[in-house]
Design a protein around this ligand. Structure first.
Ligand SMILES: Cc1ncc(COP(=O)(O)O)c(C=O)c1O
Length: 366
Protein backbone atom coordinates (compact mmCIF):
# COMPACT_ATOMS: atom_id res chain seq x y z
CA UNK A 1 0.00 0.00 0.00
CA UNK A 2 1.40 3.42 -0.93
CA UNK A 3 2.11 5.76 1.96
CA UNK A 4 -0.36 8.62 2.32
CA UNK A 5 1.36 12.01 2.39
CA UNK A 6 -0.80 14.63 4.15
CA UNK A 7 -0.81 18.36 3.45
CA UNK A 8 0.13 19.63 6.91
CA UNK A 9 -0.07 17.18 9.77
CA UNK A 10 0.86 17.65 13.43
CA UNK A 11 1.26 14.31 15.21
CA UNK A 12 0.15 14.44 18.86
CA UNK A 13 3.15 14.16 21.19
CA UNK A 14 1.50 12.52 24.19
CA UNK A 15 4.64 12.26 26.32
CA UNK A 16 5.65 15.89 25.91
CA UNK A 17 2.04 16.97 26.57
CA UNK A 18 2.05 14.93 29.77
CA UNK A 19 5.24 16.73 30.85
CA UNK A 20 3.59 20.13 30.35
CA UNK A 21 0.54 19.02 32.34
CA UNK A 22 2.70 17.62 35.14
CA UNK A 23 4.61 20.90 35.35
CA UNK A 24 1.28 22.62 36.11
CA UNK A 25 -0.14 20.02 38.48
CA UNK A 26 -1.93 21.57 41.44
CA UNK A 27 -2.11 25.02 39.84
CA UNK A 28 -5.31 26.72 38.69
CA UNK A 29 -6.07 25.42 35.19
CA UNK A 30 -6.07 28.94 33.82
CA UNK A 31 -2.36 29.18 34.63
CA UNK A 32 -1.79 27.15 31.45
CA UNK A 33 -3.65 29.78 29.43
CA UNK A 34 -1.80 32.64 31.12
CA UNK A 35 1.56 30.95 30.53
CA UNK A 36 0.70 30.39 26.88
CA UNK A 37 -0.21 34.07 26.50
CA UNK A 38 3.08 35.09 28.13
CA UNK A 39 4.98 32.74 25.79
CA UNK A 40 3.36 34.41 22.77
CA UNK A 41 4.12 37.84 24.21
CA UNK A 42 7.76 36.82 24.63
CA UNK A 43 7.96 35.43 21.12
CA UNK A 44 6.26 38.28 19.27
CA UNK A 45 6.97 41.25 21.51
CA UNK A 46 3.25 42.08 21.51
CA UNK A 47 2.41 43.95 24.75
CA UNK A 48 -1.03 42.31 25.04
CA UNK A 49 -2.03 38.80 23.99
CA UNK A 50 -5.48 37.29 24.46
CA UNK A 51 -5.71 33.53 23.88
CA UNK A 52 -9.02 32.52 22.26
CA UNK A 53 -10.73 29.40 20.98
CA UNK A 54 -10.10 30.15 17.27
CA UNK A 55 -8.54 32.58 14.86
CA UNK A 56 -12.05 33.37 13.64
CA UNK A 57 -13.17 34.46 17.11
CA UNK A 58 -9.99 36.55 17.40
CA UNK A 59 -10.95 38.39 14.20
CA UNK A 60 -14.51 38.81 15.47
CA UNK A 61 -13.39 40.34 18.77
CA UNK A 62 -10.62 42.36 17.11
CA UNK A 63 -13.15 43.98 14.77
CA UNK A 64 -15.63 44.52 17.60
CA UNK A 65 -12.94 46.16 19.73
CA UNK A 66 -12.08 48.42 16.78
CA UNK A 67 -15.68 49.60 16.84
CA UNK A 68 -16.96 47.80 13.74
CA UNK A 69 -20.75 47.61 13.79
CA UNK A 70 -23.93 47.64 11.74
CA UNK A 71 -23.51 48.89 8.15
CA UNK A 72 -19.84 49.72 8.54
CA UNK A 73 -17.48 48.74 5.74
CA UNK A 74 -14.45 46.53 6.34
CA UNK A 75 -11.88 46.14 3.56
CA UNK A 76 -10.41 42.65 3.38
CA UNK A 77 -8.12 40.64 1.11
CA UNK A 78 -10.20 38.66 -1.37
CA UNK A 79 -7.51 35.99 -1.58
CA UNK A 80 -8.01 34.35 1.81
CA UNK A 81 -9.72 31.68 3.85
CA UNK A 82 -13.36 32.42 4.67
CA UNK A 83 -12.55 32.74 8.39
CA UNK A 84 -11.14 36.21 7.59
CA UNK A 85 -14.51 37.38 6.29
CA UNK A 86 -17.33 35.71 8.23
CA UNK A 87 -16.73 37.79 11.39
CA UNK A 88 -17.42 40.98 9.40
CA UNK A 89 -20.90 39.61 8.75
CA UNK A 90 -21.38 38.56 12.40
CA UNK A 91 -21.18 42.27 13.22
CA UNK A 92 -23.67 43.32 10.56
CA UNK A 93 -20.90 45.08 8.65
CA UNK A 94 -20.11 44.77 4.93
CA UNK A 95 -16.92 43.33 3.46
CA UNK A 96 -15.26 45.08 0.52
CA UNK A 97 -12.84 42.74 -1.25
CA UNK A 98 -9.39 43.88 -2.39
CA UNK A 99 -7.29 41.86 -4.83
CA UNK A 100 -3.68 40.70 -4.42
CA UNK A 101 -0.38 41.71 -5.95
CA UNK A 102 1.72 39.06 -7.69
CA UNK A 103 4.83 39.09 -5.52
CA UNK A 104 3.48 38.06 -2.10
CA UNK A 105 -0.10 37.14 -3.21
CA UNK A 106 -1.37 39.50 -0.49
CA UNK A 107 -3.43 42.71 -0.54
CA UNK A 108 -2.31 45.00 -3.36
CA UNK A 109 -1.44 48.43 -1.87
CA UNK A 110 -2.24 50.13 -5.18
CA UNK A 111 -5.78 48.72 -5.23
CA UNK A 112 -6.17 49.48 -1.53
CA UNK A 113 -5.35 53.13 -2.17
CA UNK A 114 -7.76 53.23 -5.09
CA UNK A 115 -10.54 51.69 -2.98
CA UNK A 116 -9.94 54.05 -0.05
CA UNK A 117 -9.95 57.08 -2.35
CA UNK A 118 -13.12 55.86 -4.00
CA UNK A 119 -14.91 55.26 -0.70
CA UNK A 120 -13.70 58.57 0.76
CA UNK A 121 -15.28 60.34 -2.23
CA UNK A 122 -18.48 58.38 -2.74
CA UNK A 123 -19.45 56.60 0.47
CA UNK A 124 -17.78 56.50 3.87
CA UNK A 125 -14.40 55.19 4.87
CA UNK A 126 -14.16 51.61 6.18
CA UNK A 127 -13.90 51.08 9.93
CA UNK A 128 -11.00 48.64 9.47
CA UNK A 129 -8.79 46.91 6.92
CA UNK A 130 -8.06 43.18 7.34
CA UNK A 131 -4.73 42.33 5.73
CA UNK A 132 -3.96 38.62 5.38
CA UNK A 133 -0.42 37.17 5.34
CA UNK A 134 -1.20 34.21 3.10
CA UNK A 135 0.49 30.88 3.66
CA UNK A 136 2.85 32.67 6.07
CA UNK A 137 4.14 35.33 3.65
CA UNK A 138 4.04 38.87 5.08
CA UNK A 139 2.10 41.39 3.00
CA UNK A 140 3.67 44.66 1.81
CA UNK A 141 3.06 46.20 5.21
CA UNK A 142 5.11 49.38 4.80
CA UNK A 143 2.99 50.56 1.89
CA UNK A 144 -0.26 49.28 3.39
CA UNK A 145 0.37 50.99 6.74
CA UNK A 146 1.40 54.23 5.04
CA UNK A 147 -1.78 54.33 2.96
CA UNK A 148 -4.11 53.28 5.79
CA UNK A 149 -2.57 55.94 8.08
CA UNK A 150 -3.22 58.61 5.45
CA UNK A 151 -6.92 57.74 5.61
CA UNK A 152 -6.81 57.07 9.39
CA UNK A 153 -8.22 53.56 9.02
CA UNK A 154 -6.83 50.91 11.42
CA UNK A 155 -5.31 47.67 10.13
CA UNK A 156 -6.15 44.27 11.63
CA UNK A 157 -3.53 41.76 10.52
CA UNK A 158 -4.79 38.27 9.84
CA UNK A 159 -1.58 36.41 10.68
CA UNK A 160 -3.48 33.13 11.19
CA UNK A 161 -0.86 31.31 9.15
CA UNK A 162 2.12 33.54 9.83
CA UNK A 163 3.40 32.89 13.34
CA UNK A 164 7.18 33.27 13.21
CA UNK A 165 7.08 35.34 10.00
CA UNK A 166 8.75 38.75 10.11
CA UNK A 167 8.41 42.06 8.32
CA UNK A 168 11.48 44.26 8.74
CA UNK A 169 12.32 42.26 11.86
CA UNK A 170 8.86 42.62 13.46
CA UNK A 171 6.54 39.68 13.97
CA UNK A 172 3.53 39.32 11.69
CA UNK A 173 0.50 40.30 13.74
CA UNK A 174 2.30 43.10 15.63
CA UNK A 175 2.50 45.71 12.88
CA UNK A 176 -1.12 46.85 12.70
CA UNK A 177 -3.46 48.20 15.36
CA UNK A 178 -4.22 44.56 16.20
CA UNK A 179 -3.38 41.15 14.79
CA UNK A 180 -4.57 37.59 15.08
CA UNK A 181 -3.01 34.13 15.04
CA UNK A 182 -4.65 30.73 14.52
CA UNK A 183 -3.56 27.54 16.27
CA UNK A 184 -5.88 25.10 14.53
CA UNK A 185 -4.78 21.52 14.02
CA UNK A 186 -2.77 22.00 10.83
CA UNK A 187 -1.03 25.26 11.75
CA UNK A 188 2.65 25.86 12.44
CA UNK A 189 1.92 26.20 16.16
CA UNK A 190 -1.12 24.19 17.17
CA UNK A 191 -3.41 23.95 20.18
CA UNK A 192 -5.68 21.66 18.15
CA UNK A 193 -8.17 24.53 18.01
CA UNK A 194 -7.36 28.05 19.11
CA UNK A 195 -6.30 31.55 18.25
CA UNK A 196 -4.99 34.77 19.76
CA UNK A 197 -5.52 38.49 19.50
CA UNK A 198 -2.37 40.62 19.65
CA UNK A 199 -2.29 44.37 20.26
CA UNK A 200 -0.30 47.17 21.82
CA UNK A 201 -3.52 49.05 22.63
CA UNK A 202 -4.77 48.39 26.14
CA UNK A 203 -8.33 49.48 25.27
CA UNK A 204 -8.59 46.98 22.43
CA UNK A 205 -7.23 44.27 24.70
CA UNK A 206 -9.61 45.04 27.55
CA UNK A 207 -12.66 45.25 25.29
CA UNK A 208 -11.81 41.97 23.57
CA UNK A 209 -11.16 40.30 26.91
CA UNK A 210 -14.51 41.43 28.26
CA UNK A 211 -16.45 40.13 25.24
CA UNK A 212 -14.51 36.84 25.20
CA UNK A 213 -15.99 35.89 28.59
CA UNK A 214 -19.74 36.61 28.26
CA UNK A 215 -19.12 40.36 28.80
CA UNK A 216 -18.84 39.49 32.44
CA UNK A 217 -17.44 42.34 34.54
CA UNK A 218 -15.07 41.17 37.24
CA UNK A 219 -16.27 43.76 39.79
CA UNK A 220 -19.82 42.41 39.93
CA UNK A 221 -20.40 38.67 39.69
CA UNK A 222 -23.35 37.54 37.48
CA UNK A 223 -24.32 40.97 36.39
CA UNK A 224 -24.16 41.97 32.73
CA UNK A 225 -24.61 45.10 30.62
CA UNK A 226 -23.85 43.73 27.16
CA UNK A 227 -24.07 40.57 25.07
CA UNK A 228 -20.81 38.62 25.10
CA UNK A 229 -19.35 35.36 23.82
CA UNK A 230 -17.68 32.28 25.22
CA UNK A 231 -14.45 32.51 23.23
CA UNK A 232 -11.60 31.84 25.68
CA UNK A 233 -9.01 29.15 24.96
CA UNK A 234 -9.32 25.97 27.04
CA UNK A 235 -6.46 25.01 29.41
CA UNK A 236 -5.71 21.67 27.71
CA UNK A 237 -5.44 23.44 24.37
CA UNK A 238 -3.11 25.97 25.95
CA UNK A 239 -0.98 23.13 27.33
CA UNK A 240 -0.46 21.81 23.82
CA UNK A 241 0.23 25.34 22.62
CA UNK A 242 3.08 25.70 25.12
CA UNK A 243 4.61 22.52 23.82
CA UNK A 244 4.07 23.37 20.16
CA UNK A 245 5.43 26.89 20.56
CA UNK A 246 8.69 25.51 21.93
CA UNK A 247 9.23 23.78 18.54
CA UNK A 248 8.50 26.87 16.43
CA UNK A 249 12.06 27.79 15.42
CA UNK A 250 12.83 24.26 14.33
CA UNK A 251 9.54 23.95 12.46
CA UNK A 252 10.10 27.23 10.61
CA UNK A 253 13.53 25.95 9.60
CA UNK A 254 12.01 22.68 8.36
CA UNK A 255 9.18 24.34 6.42
CA UNK A 256 11.58 26.75 4.73
CA UNK A 257 13.74 23.76 3.85
CA UNK A 258 10.67 21.94 2.45
CA UNK A 259 10.12 24.81 0.04
CA UNK A 260 13.78 25.00 -0.99
CA UNK A 261 13.76 21.29 -1.76
CA UNK A 262 10.57 21.60 -3.83
CA UNK A 263 12.08 24.51 -5.74
CA UNK A 264 15.15 22.45 -6.60
CA UNK A 265 13.20 19.32 -7.45
CA UNK A 266 10.52 21.15 -9.44
CA UNK A 267 13.18 23.03 -11.35
CA UNK A 268 13.47 20.41 -14.04
CA UNK A 269 9.83 19.32 -13.93
CA UNK A 270 7.73 22.32 -14.79
CA UNK A 271 7.80 26.02 -15.37
CA UNK A 272 6.52 27.33 -12.09
CA UNK A 273 6.45 30.31 -9.75
CA UNK A 274 6.50 30.70 -5.98
CA UNK A 275 5.68 33.42 -3.43
CA UNK A 276 8.56 35.88 -3.24
CA UNK A 277 10.09 37.12 0.01
CA UNK A 278 12.00 40.10 -1.42
CA UNK A 279 13.60 42.68 0.85
CA UNK A 280 12.46 42.89 4.49
CA UNK A 281 10.13 39.89 4.43
CA UNK A 282 10.79 36.58 6.18
CA UNK A 283 8.13 33.90 5.69
CA UNK A 284 7.61 30.85 7.88
CA UNK A 285 6.52 29.17 4.62
CA UNK A 286 3.78 27.35 6.49
CA UNK A 287 2.68 25.78 3.21
CA UNK A 288 4.78 25.34 0.08
CA UNK A 289 2.62 26.66 -2.75
CA UNK A 290 3.41 26.61 -6.45
CA UNK A 291 1.90 28.28 -9.51
CA UNK A 292 1.95 26.29 -12.71
CA UNK A 293 1.54 27.66 -16.22
CA UNK A 294 -2.07 26.77 -16.86
CA UNK A 295 -5.16 25.47 -15.10
CA UNK A 296 -5.02 22.30 -17.21
CA UNK A 297 -1.48 21.63 -16.04
CA UNK A 298 -2.51 22.22 -12.42
CA UNK A 299 -5.49 19.85 -12.67
CA UNK A 300 -3.26 17.22 -14.24
CA UNK A 301 -0.74 17.49 -11.40
CA UNK A 302 -3.43 17.40 -8.68
CA UNK A 303 -5.07 14.29 -10.20
CA UNK A 304 -1.75 12.55 -10.64
CA UNK A 305 -0.69 13.20 -7.04
CA UNK A 306 -4.10 12.20 -5.66
CA UNK A 307 -3.68 8.78 -7.31
CA UNK A 308 -0.45 8.37 -5.34
CA UNK A 309 -2.25 9.39 -2.10
CA UNK A 310 -0.43 12.71 -2.01
CA UNK A 311 -2.72 15.35 -0.49
CA UNK A 312 -2.63 18.72 -2.23
CA UNK A 313 -5.02 21.66 -2.01
CA UNK A 314 -5.93 24.24 -4.59
CA UNK A 315 -5.12 27.80 -3.65
CA UNK A 316 -8.13 29.65 -2.24
CA UNK A 317 -11.15 30.52 -4.30
CA UNK A 318 -11.31 34.32 -3.94
CA UNK A 319 -14.01 35.64 -1.63
CA UNK A 320 -15.53 37.98 -4.25
CA UNK A 321 -16.44 34.84 -6.26
CA UNK A 322 -18.25 33.16 -3.36
CA UNK A 323 -22.03 32.94 -3.64
CA UNK A 324 -22.41 33.83 0.03
CA UNK A 325 -20.69 37.21 -0.57
CA UNK A 326 -22.06 37.93 -4.06
CA UNK A 327 -23.78 41.18 -3.08
CA UNK A 328 -20.63 42.91 -1.83
CA UNK A 329 -18.31 45.36 -3.57
CA UNK A 330 -14.88 44.30 -4.84
CA UNK A 331 -11.77 45.90 -6.32
CA UNK A 332 -10.05 43.30 -8.47
CA UNK A 333 -7.28 42.98 -11.00
CA UNK A 334 -7.53 39.28 -11.84
CA UNK A 335 -4.52 38.24 -9.74
CA UNK A 336 -6.43 36.21 -7.12
CA UNK A 337 -8.44 34.44 -9.83
CA UNK A 338 -5.23 33.54 -11.64
CA UNK A 339 -3.69 32.29 -8.39
CA UNK A 340 -6.69 30.07 -7.81
CA UNK A 341 -6.78 28.65 -11.31
CA UNK A 342 -3.09 27.73 -11.58
CA UNK A 343 -1.87 27.28 -8.00
CA UNK A 344 -1.71 24.47 -5.50
CA UNK A 345 -0.39 23.78 -2.00
CA UNK A 346 2.03 20.87 -1.68
CA UNK A 347 2.55 18.61 1.35
CA UNK A 348 4.41 20.71 3.92
CA UNK A 349 4.31 18.91 7.29
CA UNK A 350 7.08 19.33 9.83
CA UNK A 351 7.86 15.63 9.51
CA UNK A 352 7.91 15.55 5.70
CA UNK A 353 11.15 13.91 4.64
CA UNK A 354 13.25 14.12 1.53
CA UNK A 355 12.21 10.58 0.51
CA UNK A 356 8.58 11.70 0.46
CA UNK A 357 9.44 14.83 -1.48
CA UNK A 358 11.35 12.74 -4.01
CA UNK A 359 8.39 10.40 -4.35
CA UNK A 360 6.11 13.39 -4.96
CA UNK A 361 8.36 14.61 -7.75
CA UNK A 362 8.65 11.06 -9.13
CA UNK A 363 4.86 10.85 -9.22
CA UNK A 364 4.80 14.09 -11.15
CA UNK A 365 7.38 13.00 -13.67
CA UNK A 366 6.14 9.41 -14.11
C1 LIG B 1 -6.03 33.19 6.68
C2 LIG B 1 -6.87 32.60 7.76
N1 LIG B 1 -7.71 33.40 8.43
C3 LIG B 1 -8.47 32.94 9.42
C4 LIG B 1 -8.43 31.62 9.80
C5 LIG B 1 -9.34 31.15 10.88
O1 LIG B 1 -8.67 30.51 11.92
P1 LIG B 1 -9.40 29.38 12.78
O2 LIG B 1 -9.49 28.16 11.92
O3 LIG B 1 -8.49 29.18 13.95
O4 LIG B 1 -10.73 29.91 13.17
C6 LIG B 1 -7.56 30.74 9.13
C7 LIG B 1 -7.41 29.34 9.52
O5 LIG B 1 -7.98 28.40 9.37
C8 LIG B 1 -6.78 31.24 8.07
O6 LIG B 1 -5.99 30.41 7.38
Amino acid sequence: VAERIPLSYNPIDIEALTDVLKSHEGLHHNQLVTDFEIAIQNLTGSPYVLALNSGTSAIHLGLKALGVGLDDYVFVSTFTFIGSVNPILYLGAQPVFIDSEEETWNMDPVLLEKALTDFANSKKLPKAIIVVHTYGMPAKMDEILRISARFSVPVLEDAAEAIGSLFTGKHAGTLGKAGILSFNHNKMVTTFGGGALLTADVNIYQKAKLFASQASKSEEVYSYEEVGYNYRLGPLNAAYGLLSLSNLDENVRIRRQNLDTYKQLFGSTARCRWQTEGVGRFSNFWLSCVLLDTETEKNFVVAKLAKQLVETRPLWKPMHLQKVFSQFIFFTSGVAEKLQSTGLCLPSSNNLDIKQQLSIIKALKG
